[in-house]
Design a protein. Structure first.
Length: 102
């Protein structure tokens, strides 16, 4: 994991470590059971490992609203997969982050 700290996303991109599928509950808090076929899909949640400096709009730097350590929910197809030191990570543009999970 030490190598991940050396990766700095550019612009408004964010480096996210996806949550393992076994970490996701097979049952929601309200009691809805999630079928196995759903749990085998790629996760849509992850932990922010690194954040780019932001994007420029009208000559002003707009910093990302997420920070390292945040747990986020992101768009199912809105990321690029990278593999570093046998670890699967996602690089996501800030616009594809849907929510911060508190």
């Amino acid at each position: 994991m030490a190598k991940v700290k050396k990766i700095m996303p550019l612009g408004d991109r964010i480096l996210v470590k996806p949550v393992e599928t076994d970490e996701l509950a097979a049952k929601t808090d309200s009691g809805i059971i999630i079928p196995d076929t759903v749990s085998k899909e790629k996760p849509e949640q992850g932990k922010v490992m690194a954040v780019g400096e932001g994007r420029y709009e009208d000559g002003k730097l707009i910093k990302p609203r997420v920070k390292e350590g945040d747990r986020v929910l992101f768009s199912k197809y809105g990321y690029d997969e990278v593999k570093i030191e046998n670890e699967e990570l996602f690089i996501i543009k800030e616009e594809n982050i849907l929510a911060i999970i508190k």
